[in-house]
Write a protein that binds this ligand. Structure first.
Ligand SMILES: [Zn+2]
Length: 437
């Protein structure tokens, strides 16, 4: 079996600083050698690729990914997931995961999907019907009645039976049985809405689900050996989610020092998802300034109330921007990913999120790379096989014509991704003939 030997790489292994002059050997699906160029000899039948100092790094991980969100999603709210018939939604979802793979994301940990689409895509990929990233499939999102996302409630007069992407539960046993059923359909991770807020409105300290419901939900998911994530924007919901042992806390808009301590103690991962907040708040402000009505609730609220909600949402956004560096320094397992596919945030804009963390919030670029690689794998307990470039790990690799530490935005131009490899197989190979990139 011939091997692929990457020579003269600027190795960004997903954890440590860049190591120029490195060689990495891929043998079948795995990385079989990593070291200085001089320490690794090529064999006659190897494909030797001289990277001429280009960056070699792990495939990226998006740990908050909605496969079926398309740009029409919020325009046709309130019922997320019912924008089109299931067949069309499946095609949209396939297009979105292809976009992610084209952008270098070889692994996706998903966040709420309609029609069991995440699992369907996973089956299609593992069965060889289509090529695409590794998928951790998510359930629908379990929410309590009257939650901000409960379109069936705000549109009760329509008597719509299908609640789409969402599943309405009330009481611990309702959450437990819903999660067992949803996970039984093949999902790897359950999603629950522990609070309202995050971009669409302020994260008010109201009860969305209570501790008994959270504990039952976590127990149900962990009892089946699966993960669980929670939309938790309010301070109270962050503390309660960490207390219950939620694996991924999403958004955390009102995170403070006490929340940081609670998340660290629980060992949860955090998906801050700040690009959505930034763009959507600007979108809402633009609509208000232009006098454009937005949905029944916004019409009912009037301009002053709309402005109050935007201002409070902006305060939440500014809060997490200010505390995120502290959480990072404290060693929190932060991951990347966001609500791509909603208005103002199209699929494909993934690298703008990484650039926001580095250029606007001041997180060191090496840390953000670690969030997007090593931390993703660790979040789903696959850190032993994925997430970094190390001997024995599966070969999910990117070849980048640029230095993401000097300028993380170099990852944005897809032409700079000369090689995208998943499990030892090139998904994209623009490296030229052997030895001549
Ligand atoms: Zn989301």
């Amino acid at each position: 079996m011939s091997r692929i030997v990457f020579r003269n790489a600027n190795l960004l292994d997903g954890d440590q600083p860049l190591r120029p002059g490195s060689s990495v050997v891929v043998e079948e699906q795995r990385i079989s050698a990593v070291g200085a160029d001089a320490s690794i000899a090529a064999r006659p039948d190897d494909r030797v690729v001289d990277l001429e100092g280009r960056t070699l790094m792990p495939g990226l991980w998006s740990c908050h990914f909605h496969t079926c969100f398309s740009n029409w999603a919020l325009a046709s709210a309130p019922l997320l997931g019912l924008e089109a018939q299931p067949g069309v939604m499946a095609i949209v979802a396939q297009k979105n995961i292809t976009t992610a793979m084209d952008c270098g994301f070889t692994s996706l940990v998903c966040s709420s999907s309609a029609y069991n689409l995440d699992h369907a895509l996973k089956v299609a990929i593992t069965g060889g019907l289509i090529s695409g990233p590794r998928i951790w499939a998510c359930t629908r999102e379990m929410i309590s009645p009257g939650d901000q996302a409960d379109g069936s409630n705000s549109s009760w007069y329509m008597e719509v039976g299908n609640t789409g992407l969402l599943r309405i539960c009330s009481g611990p046993e309702a959450f437990r049985s819903a999660i067992r059923e949803e996970l039984g359909r093949g999902a790897d991770i359950a999603k629950i809405a522990a609070s309202m807020g995050h971009g669409v409105g302020p994260a008010e300290e109201l009860e969305s689900v209570n501790r008994a419901e959270l504990a039952a939900a976590v127990d149900a998911a962990h009892g089946r050996g699966k993960k669980i994530r929670a939309h938790a924007a309010s301070r109270r919901s962050i503390i309660d989610s960490a207390w219950a042992g939620v694996d991924i806390i999403d958004h955390a808009d009102r995170m403070d020092t006490e929340c940081i301590d609670a998340i660290l103690e629980a060992g949860s991962s955090l998906a801050p998802t700040l690009l959505f907040s930034q763009r959507f708040l600007a979108f809402l402000q633009g609509m208000l300034d232009q006098g454009v009505a937005m949905g029944a609730s916004f019409i009912a609220e009037g301009p002053a109330e709309r402005q109050r909600r935007i201002d409070e949402g902006r305060a939440d956004f500014e809060n997490i921007c200010s505390v995120l560096p502290e959480a990072n320094r404290a060693g929190m397992r932060i991951v990347v990913g966001d609500d791509y596919g909603v208005t103002s945030l199209p699929h494909g804009d993934y690298m703008d999120e990484l650039a926001l963390y580095v250029k606007e919030i001041g997180i060191p670029p090496l840390d953000v790379i670690r969030w997007a690689t090593k931390h993703g794998a660790e979040t789903v307990d696959r850190g032993d096989e994925l997430g970094t470039v190390e001997i024995g790990k599966l070969a999910d690799l990117l070849v980048v014509d640029g230095d993401p530490i000097a300028d993380i935005a170099c990852l944005k131009d897809r032409d700079n991704l000369l090689g995208i490899m998943k499990e030892g197989v090139f998904y994209k190979d623009a490296l030229g003939v052997p030895g001549v990139p």
